[in-house]
Design a protein around this ligand. Structure first.
Ligand SMILES: NC(=O)c1ccc[n+]([C@@H]2O[C@H](COP(=O)([O-])OP(=O)(O)OC[C@H]3O[C@@H](n4cnc5c(N)ncnc54)[C@H](O)[C@@H]3O)[C@@H](O)[C@H]2O)c1
Ligand SMILES: O=C(O)C(=O)C[C@@H](O)[C@H](O)[C@H](O)COP(=O)(O)O
Ligand SMILES: [Zn+2]
Length: 365
């Protein structure tokens, strides 16, 4: 498996109440009307400031296909995931009189698809959304699965809903302009899929790390397809995170805490990279994971140019942030840890001393 610029796209089906496809390939825009489906007349294209020309191109293409298309330009990165920016999008929808048969299209990285999904989920209690992810992280993770959300001052993704898209068009050509730093950040979520479900991903990253960061390499295309396949299988079985879906949160309890403490100056993928080493160390300290698998985390993530340590003087702020993780139940913190590569499990209510000991293992001091 792997898609090159000349191949037919790969299609990954996501099951659920309303199944949809994730199409992975090149030059996929002509598929958008088919994914929007019958009856849609107006489309809001949400895009970040940095992708103005891409957003305009999508709007023009929709207009050429007979849609009444408008754009909402939002701030770059995490600054888009706020109540104020969501309110701006609702205002655009209201002024253009969008009804329940109209739709939202998210064009951008995970921050924009999270926002666009949230806006679509809340407008008139839910209209269709289609995602055109333009970052690696968006393609392999954020645009797939229907988790939508915005941040609050107290934490990451604290407001949101489950609202699956009608379809996802992952055009690998978009990665050509993505800074290498962001490509590497996206690989953190790919590696996550390797550790929770598909160890072949880990082998590919170990053996061909340079190919993994080339936007047009067959290795990267295969990694995208494998990661999307892992995510689709999980969310197809458990859309609302009643249980199984928690595995996709591997590395996120500590990762989200870093993002909050660093006021979102860290990319999500970079924070999740350190968060996975933290979760691996926690699993080892709790007697679940052998040391060599913890070492494998460090080796792979380092080879991909991802961080594996964090500053050592932030424990109380990090611990405070972790208490608000969505997997917590009352005062009980819960973590996804591994018994082995491909075998995730849960660690419930670990001793705070164990949590701090794992922090020491990922501290740079
Ligand atoms: N809903 C989910 O299941 C899910 C899963 C994973 C992550 N997320 C969320 O996704 C967000 C992170 O997403 P991200 O890593 O894509 O970051 P991002 O959306 O912040 O994008 C990173 C930067 O890349 C720019 N950009 C996007 N596409 C580009 C392109 N093709 N060329 C050049 N620049 C481009 C953006 O404008 C932004 O400045 C976080 O908010 C995270 O919480 C959600
Ligand atoms: O899809 C999921 O479920 C995930 O947990 C995927 C994560 O990579 C993603 O960052 C997600 O947004 C985290 O969700 P949260 O519920 O911890 O906010
Ligand atoms: Zn994530």
């Amino acid at each position: 498996m792997s898609t090159t610029a000349h191949d037919a796209p790969t299609v990954v089906r996501v099951d659920g109440p309303e199944p949809y496809d994730v199409v992975i390939g090149h030059r996929l825009l002509d598929r958008l009307p088919g994914v929007l489906g019958d009856g849609v007349r107006k489309v809001l294209v949400v895009h970040p400031r940095a992708l103005r020309s891409t957003g305009d191109a999508v709007r023009e293409d929709l207009a050429a296909n007979g849609y009444e298309a408008v754009t909402a330009e939002v701030p770059d990165g995490e600054e888009a995931k706020t109540a104020q920016v969501a309110a701006f999008c609702w205002q655009v929808l209201g002024q253009a009189a969008f009804t329940r048969t109209d739709a939202v299209v998210g064009v951008g990285g995970g921050a924009v698809t999270d926002l666009a999904g949230f806006v679509a989920a809340t407008w008139l209690r839910g209209v269709r959304v289609v995602h055109l992810p333009t970052t690696l992280l968006g393609m392999v993770d954020a645009a797939v699965g229907g988790k939508t959300g915005i941040n609050t001052a107290e934490g990451k993704n604290l407001v949101g809903s489950f609202h699956p898209p009608a379809g996802v068009l992952a055009d690998l050509s978009a990665l050509q302009t993505l800074p290498e730093f962001d490509l590497r950040a996206g690989l953190a979520e790919v590696v996550k899929c390797g550790f929770i479900a598909d160890p072949d991903i880990l082998t590919l990253c170990e053996q061909q790390p340079d190919e993994a960061v080339r936007w047009d390499s067959p290795v990267l295309a295969e990694l995208v397809e494998r990661a999307v396949t892992v995510k689709a299988a999980v969310v197809g079985e458990d859309l609302t995170e009643a249980g199984l879906r928690e595995v996709l949160n591997y590395g996120h309890t500590f990762g989200h805490a870093i993002e909050l403490v660093e006021r979102y100056t860290w990319r999500h993928g970079a924070a999740v990279s350190v968060g996975m080493v933290y979760a691996a160390e926690l699993g080892r300290l709790a007697g679940h994971l052998p040391e060599r698998v913890v070492d494998r985390h460090r080796t792979i993530l380092t080879r991909l140019g991802l961080p594996i340590v964090y500053r050592g003087d932030r424990w109380s702020a990090l611990y405070d942030a972790m208490r608000r993780d969505k997997k917590s139940r009352g005062a009980t913190l819960r973590f996804v840890v591994l018994d082995a590569a491909g075998r995730p499990t849960r660690l419930e209510g670990p001793d705070p001393a164990l949590l701090q000991a794992a922090y020491v293992e990922v501290s740079d001091t």
